[in-house]
Write a protein that binds this ligand. Structure first.
Ligand code: PEP
Ligand code: MG
Length: 763
C-alpha cells in the first residue's frame, strides 16, 4: 500500500505544481490521477469527461486497465459514474456494488472494490465530467478527503474549459463543452442573426484556486460577506424600496441568502479544504446551481437567479479586491456580436452600438418589455425565455439566433450553420424584393389606399423611414430618448431631437406622443416610488398632469421644434375625457406663452389621444368630439382588456390580439371613428403582423403604424389583398367566432386561397 503523502493540503499544493509544469494535457491528467491515488491511498483514481454525444469517456486512470483510457464510455445515468453525472451529486459509498445504479464494466479490469467516492466535475452548475477514487478495502472517505476531491474536480473543470484536452478523446468524441445545442425560447424580434456570443455580464473567472494562507482566506471571505450584508441591508432600508413591490422581494431573497448560515458554512469548509475565498464561493455556487437546476420546484428555480446574483456580487468583491478594480473589457465587442444576457435594460443594449449587434438572447424578457421594443426598433433578431442559456455558453462560442422560430443554436454543427447561411441569403433577396416595393404606394388589389407608417423613438430609427418605404411616423415614442439619457433632457435638448425628427421626414407626417414613462418604462434619473401595479400606476399622462412642469416643457420643446411646420401630438393612457381636457388645457397655455413671446407657431396643429384604457371605449362619442385623431395602442389596450400583464412572460401567448372580444372592441372604435369623421390609427404591435394587419383592414382601419421591419411584409400583403372580398365575410366570422384560432385559421385560408404573401412565423 502506498503511504499517505500528507493529506489533502499537500495534495492541493502538488496539484498546483502539476498545473504549473509545461507538459502535455494527457500527461497532466495522468499525473493528477496518480497524485490523488497516492495522496488518498486509493487503488484507483479515474477521470471521466462528458462528451458532446453525452457519453462519459475515461480520460485518465490510475489503477484500472490503462488500455481502457479513451476506450471506455458510459452513458449519463449508467453505473455509478453515470449516476453522479446525471444527478450532479457526490457519491460516497462503502460496498458500492450494492448501490442500485452499480454496473460492472469488465474491460476496465475492475475488481471488487469496497469503497467508492465520486464527485461531479462542475462549472457554473454544469456537469463536465466525473472524478472517482476506489479502494479494495472497506473504508470511509473523510469529509476532508471529499472536499479535496471536489477541489481537484474544480481544477479539472478549468482544465476542460480551457480547451487543453481538445483532441485527446477517443473516436467520435468531442467535449461536451463544445456540444451543439438547440435552446427553445420565445420569438421576441424577428430575423436571423449569426455570430459569436458576447456575455452581457462576463462570467467572473476565478483563476486563483488554491490557497496559500487558509486563515487569511477565511478572513477575506468573512470581510466580503460582511460587506455584502451591509450593502443588502442598505438597499433594503432605502426609502424608495421599503414600501414593497417586486424589487423589494428580490432584495429580501438576497438578504435571506446573505444571512444563510448553511451557505457561509459550506464556503468556509471549502476554504478549509485548501481553496482561496473566491474559489470557495465559486464551488459552493456551482454545487448549489447544479442542485437548483435539477429541482422541479418552480419557487426554488426562480430563486436561483437571486442566489446567483448574490454569489456573483460576492465573487466580484473578492476578485476585485485581489486584482484591483475594473476589468478593462469594454470596447472589445466583436463586429458579429450576439448578446446573451439574463435580462438587460434598453440603454445597456444601445451601449453596444447597433453596428456590432447581430442578435440578442435573453433568459428572461417579454415581447413588450422595453429592451425588446428597442431591439425590435433596431431590427435586432431577439429570442427571450431561453432557459439557462447564460450558463450554457461561453464568450466567443458560435451562435445562431432564430428570431422567427424563437430558437437559439449554440455552437451549431456545420450543416445547421450552412442552412442558416442559405436562409440569410434568401432573406437578403426577399428584403431586396421589399426594397423594390419601397416606393410603391400601399394599395390593395382592389384599389384601397392604406397608410403604412412606422413607429420610432430614437434618432437611430430615422434612416429606416426611407429604407422601409413608410409614409411617415405614426408613433414617435418620446420617452425612449429620455430612457437612454443620463439626466433629464432639458428643453433645448428635447427641442433639438424633435427638430431632427421633423427635419428627417421630408414633410411626411410625424405623430409625437407625449412622455409615456412609468410602468416598465423606467427613467434612471426619475425616482419613482415602488408600486403594486406599475402598469396601472402613476404613469404616462397621469404623471404629466400631476407634474405639469414636465409636460409643459415637453410641449414647449415640440412647439419650438415645429415652428412653421405641422405638429401632431397625442397623449398616452388617457382614461377619461377629463384627462384629455386637462392635457389640452396645458397645451393651450403653452400656445399662449408662445404667442405672448412672439415665437413662430406651427403651421398646423393636430391633437389626439391614445386609446389604451378600456374605459374610453364607453366614452367614445365625447372623446371623438374633442380630438383631431385617435391612435390605438393595442399593446396596452389588450393588456388592460384581458387583465394580462404585457411584460409577464408566463402570460405571453395566452391571450391573442386576434381574439374575438378584442377585435370586436376595435371594430366598435373604427365604426365610431368613421361615423364621426375622426381618423383612427393602430400603432401597437398588432399592426405589424401581416395577419393582424389583414384583420385591421378587414375591420375598416386604413392607417397602421408598425416597426420599420414589418412595413415590407405588410405592404406585400396589402398589394395582394382583395380587401372587399375579405371585408364582406370577415364581419360574419367575427360575429360567430368563439376563439382566436377560428380567426387565424380563416385568415390563413383566405391568404392561401388568394396567394397572399405572409411570411412564416407572422401570426
Ligand atoms: C401600445 O400600448 O400599444 C403602444 C403603442 O404604446 P407602448 O407600447 O409604447 O406602450
Ligand atoms: Mg402603450
Amino acid at each position: 500500500m502506498r503511504g499517505n503523502l500528507g493529506g489533502p493540503r499537500i495534495l492541493l499544493r502538488r496539484l498546483r505544481e502539476t498545473m504549473a509544469k509545461p507538459t502535455d494535457a494527457q500527461e497532466r491528467l495522468n499525473e493528477i490521477v496518480r497524485l490523488i491515488a497516492a495522496n488518498m491511498v486509493a487503488e484507483v483514481c479515474s477521470v471521466y469527461v462528458l462528451r458532446a454525444d453525452n457519453l462519459l469517456e475515461l480520460y485518465a486512470t490510475e489503477g484500472l486497465n490503462p488500455n481502457a483510457v479513451h476506450q471506455t464510455q458510459l452513458n449519463v445515468g449508467e453505473g455509478l459514474v453515470g449516476h453522479i453525472a446525471l444527478e450532479a451529486r457526490i457519491l460516497n459509498l462503502s460496498e458500492p456494488q450494492e448501490h442500485p445504479a452499480f454496473a460492472y464494466r469488465p474491460e476496465t479490469g475492475e475488481e471488487i472494490y469496497h469503497a467508492f467516492l465520486g464527485v461531479p466535475i462542475l462549472r457554473a452548475g454544469r456537469v463536465l465530467g466525473v472524478l472517482v477514487v476506489q479502494n479494495k478495502s472497506q473504508r470511509i472517505y473523510s469529509d476532508e478527503e471529499v472536499e479535496a476531491l471536489q477541489t481537484t474536480a474544480m481544477v479539472l473543470a478549468e482544465l476542460i474549459a480551457s480547451g487543453e484536452l481538445k483532441g485527446l478523446s477517443g473516436p467520435g468524441g468531442d467535449l461536451d463543452l463544445v456540444r451543439p445545442m438547440r435552446i427553445n425560447g420565445l420569438s421576441m424580434a424577428e430575423g436571423l442573426g449569426l455570430g459569436r456570443v458576447v456575455l452581457h455580464e462576463p462570467r467572473i473567472v476565478v483563476t486563483n484556486l488554491i490557497a496559500e494562507d487558509l486563515p487569511g482566506e477565511e478572513q477575506r471571505l468573512e470581510t466580503a460577506i460582511e460587506q455584502l450584508r451591509l450593502s443588502v441591508d442598505d438597499l433594503l432600508s432605502r426609502d424608495d424600496i421599503s414600501h414593497g413591490g417586486e424589487h423589494r422581494e428580490i432584495l429580501e431573497a438576497y438578504r435571506m441568502f446573505a444571512y444563510d448560515r448553511g451557505w457561509v458554512r459550506r464556503m468556509v469548509e471549502a476554504i478549509h479544504s485548501g481553496l482561496t475565498a473566491e474559489a470557495a464561493v465559486e464551488r459552493v455556487q456551482s454545487d448549489t446551481r447544479a442542485r437548483m437546476l435539477r429541482s422541479t420546484d418552480p419557487y426554488l428555480r426562480d430563486r436561483l437567479h437571486d442566489f446567483d446574483d448574490l454569489a456573483n456580487r460576492l465573487l466580484r468583491q473578492l476578485v476585485g479586491n485581489r486584482q484591483g478594480s475594473g476589468d478593462g473589457q469594454e470596447d472589445t465587442v466583436p463586429s458579429d456580436a450576439i448578446i446573451v444576457a439574463r435580462n438587460m435594460g434598453a440603454a445597456e443594449l444601445l451601449d453596444y452600438g447597433r453596428d456590432h449587434v447581430r442578435g440578442l438572447v435573453l433568459e428572461e424578457g417579454a415581447p413588450t418589455s422595453h429592451v425588446v421594443i428597442v431591439a425590435r426598433a433596431l431590427g435586432i433578431p431577439t429570442v427571450g425565455q431561453a432557459e439557462a442559456v447564460v450558463s450554457l455558453c461561453e464568450d466567443g462560442d458560435s451562435i445562431i439566433v432564430d428570431g422567427d422560430m424563437g430558437q437559439v443554436h449554440l455552437r451549431p454543427p456545420s450543416d445547421v450553420e450552412a442552412s442558416y447561411v442559405d436562409q440569410v441569403k434568401f432573406r437578403a433577396k426577399r428584403q431586396e424584393q421589399y426594397r423594390k416595393l419601397r416606393d410603391k404606394p400601399a394599395v390593395t388589389k382592389d384599389g384601397v389606399d392604406v397608410d403604412l407608417m412606422m413607429n420610432a423613438g430614437l434618432l437611430v430609427d430615422l434612416p429606416n423611414l426611407a429604407d422601409a418605404g413608410a409614409k411617415g411616423i405614426g408613433l414617435f415614442r418620446t420617452e425612449l430618448q429620455f430612457m437612454v439619457a443620463e439626466n433629464f433632457p432639458r428643453m433645448r435638448e428635447q427641442e433639438n431631437v424633435y427638430r431632427k425628427v421633423l427635419d428627417s421626414t421630408n414633410g411626411m407626417p410625424v405623430t409625437f406622443r407625449s412622455l409615456d414613462v412609468g410602468g416598465d418604462k423606467v427613467l434612471a434619473f426619475l425616482r419613482m416610488a415602488a408600486e403594486e401595479n406599475p402598469a396601472m400606476g402613476w404613469r404616462a399622462v397621469r404623471l404629466g398632469l400631476d407634474r405639469p412642469g414636465l409636460l409643459r416643457t415637453q410641449i414647449r420643446a415640440l412647439l419650438h421644434a415645429a415652428a412653421g411646420r405641422s405638429l401632431k401630438l397625442m397623449f398616452p393612457m388617457i382614461t377619461n375625457v377629463g384627462e384629455y381636457d386637462a392635457a389640452i388645457d396645458l397645451f393651450n397655455r403653452e400656445m399662449t406663452h408662445l404667442e405672448r413671446h412672439g415665437y413662430e407657431k406651427p403651421s398646423s396643429i393636430l391633437l389626439g389621444a391614445m386609446l389604451e384604457v378600456p374605459s374610453l371605449l364607453f366614452e367614445l362619442d365625447e372623446l371623438m368630439d374633442r380630438v383631431d385623431f385617435l391612435s390605438i395602442g393595442t399593446n396596452d389596450l389588450h393588456q388592460f382588456m384581458m387583465a394580462s400583464d404585457r411584460g409577464n412572460a408566463r402570460l405571453s401567448g395566452r391571450y391573442s390580439s386576434l381574439s374575438p372580444p378584442f377585435l370586436r372592441a376595435l371594430r366598435h372604435v373604427i365604426r365610431k371613428g368613421d361615423k364621426k369623421g375622426v381618423p383612427v390609427t393602430i400603432c401597437g404591435e398588432l399592426a405589424g403582423k401581416p395577419f393582424g394587419a389583414m384583420a385591421m383592414l378587414a375591420l375598416g382601419y386604413r392607417r397602421l403604424s408598425m416597426v420599420p421591419s414589418a412595413i415590407g411584409p405588410v405592404k406585400a400583403m396589402v398589394l395582394d389583398l382583395p380587401l372587399g372580398e375579405l371585408s364582406a365575410v370577415f364581419g360574419d366570422i367575427l360575429d360567430t367566432a368563439v376563439n382566436d384560432k377560428e380567426i387565424k385559421d380563416f385568415l390563413a385560408d383566405f391568404a392561401e386561397k388568394h396567394n397572399i404573401q405572409v411570411p412564416a412565423g407572422n401570426v
